[in-house]
Design a protein around this ligand. Sequence first.
Ligand code: ADE
Length: 239
Amino acid sequence: FGKGIFAMTGIIGAMPVEVDRLIEAMENKTPETISRMTFWRGELNGTPCVVACCGAGKVNSAVCAQTMILRYGVSLVINTGVAGGVGSREVRIGDLVVATGVVQHDYDTTPIDGPEGGRRLPLLDEELLPTDAHASAVLAQEAEALSPGRVHRGVIDTGAQYMSHLNPLHPIAARTGALACEMEGGSIGQACALAGVPFTVLRAISDNADGNAVEDFPKFARESAEKSIALLLRALPRL
Ligand code: ADE
């Protein structure tokens, strides 16, 4: 129902570092734990929100999104955090990526459904799930104000693996144009698409999903995660 006095925005991060500062910034907050995940409901910058840390991966993140949809009636879900840059030298550590859509490289029934059919998600019949155009445009605009020249719009790829060498991603990046990889956006998008709830994904690059990704992640994850958070706080009143 778009923005209104009853609108509630759901914000999901996989790791504490991706949401801690948001929860700290929340006003009038109350926690509730469901499926081992703590849902903090309150206001961020005057906007009614529910924020949760879901743990890494597709299953936890989908459970979290579904809980936000059924229990909190969210009208928009935003997945925030860090990601590995993929396949483009233009996407550098510290850059922000606002997804135009999400794909999942590890969903594959091609042996029985063929090269295209085998990539389409069950019930949705699509491989690429588009993000909400309005929310994504606002985030990208605010991102550009915060980090001029360091913002990208494009596909984000999700799979239940931490990628530390790019080889398996090259064909996916070539096919879908993915700019970044992570482990939750696609499954959050899938849960939202099934329910007809708009979603978007906002990530800051913490590594290049390459041979240095294991060392880069601990070095850059916090700083990058906090960039996503700063952007969200700025953008929320406009979403
Ligand atoms: N999140 C941040 N970096 C990542 C990587 N290289 N692979 C998967 N998820 C990530």
